[in-house]
Design a binder for this molecule. Structure first.
Ligand code: FER
Length: 315
């Protein structure tokens, strides 16, 4: 009897430990800040032998319809759980700008195929949504500022629950608990206005994401370009928002990337410097990579993702 009790206890304990490990932190992040950001090699821009696909994912927002472009890795199957990376495009761009349109196989998508088939990264799902129309559909303030302002809610209420019920991620259910418990396997990043969106996601949706990747764009919590004009106040607003959500510095990382010739560099750089000196909810959970000579372009964004994915998802 005692043996059985003991065994039951051990199994229960092992299950708890395994679940906690899954939910908290696969500390498998091996971010080497000394490693250069390298261009996507030409051979990785060519079609791979083992190809994933980009599919269209339709979802409802209010009375309207929207869609996201979703990269499913080669061999995707609903028996396997996949980590998921959401990536938002920049201002003036469309939903198909980052990954390419559904059914296409452009250079960046080919590069993802190669990274996965050569086992440089784990098979992941990448979702490229759009903030375009978000404000209008939410009945809120219109324009780009309104769009990126309401997108975190659309993400939480309309996109993620439906998408992750359709494609298999670490969310065991797509209610609040299921999405929150799988946050260590979910990341959000974005470029330019997509970076502004990412900071907004940090402030509102941190319960769903462990990794936030603002690329070439500052936080507009105080005002547009506040990362340059009001870096201390901007970071203070981020600190408040993180605390209000009940998180601390061990619960998430910010992995910011830009180029030193990027027009957003002067906006992002000062606020990141302030964040790195913070010893409250930021500090050594803030990773910062700057590509010498990097400009504010979609190919630069794709190059940064190509490199960053090898940090986040290395096998
Ligand atoms: C920045 C954040 C966002 C930035 C530009 C933007 C130049 C976006 C501009 C746009 O898409 O119109 O720091 O720096």
């Amino acid at each position: 009897m005692r043996k059985i009790l003991c065994l039951t206890f051990m199994i229960a304990l092992a299950t708890i430990i395994a679940n906690v490990a899954l939910a908290q932190a696969p500390n498998d992040l091996k971010i080497d800040l000394q490693r250069e950001i390298t261009p996507i090699p030409q051979e990785h821009k060519e079609p791979a032998k083992e190809q994933g696909e980009i599919v269209r994912f339709d979802y409802k927002v209010g009375d309207g319809e929207k869609y996201a472009c979703v990269y499913l890795p080669y061999g995707y199957n609903s028996e396997t759980r996949y980590e998921i990376f959401y990536v938002m495009h920049g201002g003036g761009d469309k939903v198909d700008k980052v990954l390419g349109a559904p059914g296409t196989s452009l250079e960046f998508k080919n590069a993802l195929d190669h990274l996965i088939s050569e086992k440089k990264i784990r098979p992941i799902i990448v979702v490229a949504p759009t903030f375009n129309d978000s404000a209008r559909l939410a009945g809120a303030q219109n324009g780009m500022f309104g769009d990126v302002g309401v997108f975190p809610r659309e993400l939480a209420e309309n996109l993620m629950p439906k998408l992750e019920a359709t494609y298999k991620t670490y969310a065991e259910s797509t209610d609040e608990d299921g999405l929150v418990n799988s946050r260590s396997r979910r990341a959000f990043g974005g470029f330019s206005m997509g970076a502004v969106t990412t900071w907004n996601v940090l402030c509102e949706d941190l319960r769903y994401f462990r990794v936030l990747m603002p690329i070439s764009g500052d936080a507009w919590q105080i005002k547009p370009m506040g990362g340059k004009d009001a870096p201390e106040e901007t970071v203070a607003a981020l600190v408040d928002a993180v605390k209000k959500q009940g998180y601390g510095k061990d619960d998430f990382i910010v992995y910011a990337i830009t180029g030193d010739r990027d027009i957003a560099f002067p906006n992002l750089d000062p606020m990141i410097r302030v964040m790195q000196k913070n010893d409250d909810v930021f500090g050594d959970n803030v990773y910062y990579r700057v590509k010498p000579g990097g400009f504010h372009t979609i190919p630069a964004l794709q190059e940064y993702l190509y490199n960053a994915f090898q940090d986040l998802y290395r096998m």
